[in-house]
Design a protein around this ligand. Structure first.
Ligand code: NAD
Length: 341
């Protein structure tokens, strides 16, 4: 049994160096330098791969793959002279890399990429070093993550860990992400050593899938809090209250939450919030919608009641069809409600 909850913090360099050293002592000559794989260089993956490349030894190879050749091309250009390889097919990565990180949009992307990496099931015969580690940082549902994990483990081709993250693009660029992992106890240290090159904190939530369950529970609550904050601010302002005074009251009272305090949806209540710059940047409504859907699906599968989630999801659905709100930070729900800006 894993401990119910543990936090690993800090700088990974020392522990990683020792773990790489340990692996290399039993490795054959072709394993003297480690090979890393990174799949999905989007808004999150690109800066994460950048931080990874900066922290691993110069002689280690990083192989990257994305269906969009523009991003892999840009990455290779920005890292000219460093040991980078662009893989045309994702199978090239799984044949060569010992540690493979995936940062993909949706469950079906993760399934397809894993399938392409694992079939034919000959990785351990043709690969360089073992054990091969698959770390999936995508936000997907626990059921699909479990299927991916089963595909890796049942074919004996490595270990699969779910490691969704929070901290957004800003955290990915600054290397300050928090990862929530689902892994057996013996995998916590090696996986944390890898993740702490791209983030500051790793929360071990339990066995495989537990990282995603924690992530979805948190984002479900965030999605509801955001709508509730937009409604409360809107009604208070309509009643004639001053927005800043109302926010101050909420933030020193029982209604306080991250959307009221940090990401307040009313422009200029919080100076650097997305609302204060036309709702640009921040956490997109489409991502909130996706996470709400995944949480509701997982809640349904486990028989957990979700009274408010469906209503919240329909709000985010409608926001995405509104030309004045589409593609904006999720606090744009305030604008969608007709809030005064
Ligand atoms: P994104 O859409 O910007 O990037 C995804 C990348 O994956 C793209 O470059 C795309 O071309 C690539 N891709 C898609 N299918 C592929 C395939 N089959 N093979 C190879 N590459 C493929 O998404 P993002 O914002 O970077 O988010 C990635 C994941 O991280 C999502 O699951 C998201 O929910 C999660 N996440 C995002 C944020 C955020 O603030 N953006 C925060 C926390 C978690």
């Amino acid at each position: 049994m894993s401990k119910p909850f543990s936090v690993i913090r800090g700088s990974a360099s020392k522990s990683w160096a020792s773990s790489v050293g340990a692996r290399r002592t039993f490795a054959t000559s072709r394993c003297l330098h480690a090979t890393w794989g990174f799949v999905g260089l989007g808004r999150m993956g690109f800066p994460m791969a950048k931080n990874l490349r900066a922290k691993i030894p110069k002689s280690d190879k990083l192989i990257i793959h994305d269906v969009n050749p523009a991003v892999t091309g840009q990455f290779a250009e920005e890292h000219a002279g460093q040991t980078i390889q662009v893989a045309e097919a994702v199978r090239e990565i799984s044949e060569q890399a010992e540690t493979i990180i995936t940062v993909l949009p949706e469950p079906h992307h993760v399934q397809n990429v894993l399938r392409a990496m694992l079939k034919p099931p000959t990785l351990l015969k043709i690969g360089p070093c073992k054990p091969r580690l698959f770390i999936d940082c995508s936000t997907i549902d626990p059921k699909n993550s479990r299927a991916a994990s089963n595909a890796v483990h049942s074919s004996g081709q490595g270990k699969f860990i779910d490691a969704p993250m929070s901290g957004g693009v800003v955290g990915a660029s600054a290397g300050t992400l928090t990862f929530m992992i689902g892994a057996s106890n013996d995998m916590v240290k090696p996986v944390s050593d890898v993740l702490l090159m791209m983030g500051k904190r790793v929360l071990h939530m339990g066995e495989q899938g537990a990282g995603l369950k924690g992530k979805l529970a948190n984002n479900y609550l965030l999605g509801l809090n955001n709508i509730a904050t937009c409604e409360a601010m809107n009604m208070g302002i309509k009643w004639g209250l001053d927005p800043k005074k109302l926010a101050e009251l909420i933030n020193t009272s029982t209604g306080r939450c991250w959307p009221s305090e940090v990401n307040n949806p009313v422009p200029y209540v919080v100076q650097n919030s997305p609302a204060s710059r036309g709702y640009d940047g921040g956490f997109g409504t489409s991502l909130m919608r996706k996470d709400m859907k995944l949480a509701l699906q997982a809640a349904h599968e486990s028989g957990a009641a979700s009274v408010m989630g469906h209503e919240a999801l329909s709000v985010y659905d409608l926001v995405e069809t509104d030309d004045n709100c589409k593609g904006k930070d999720f606090s744009v729900v305030y604008r969608f409600l007709g809030g005064k800006e």
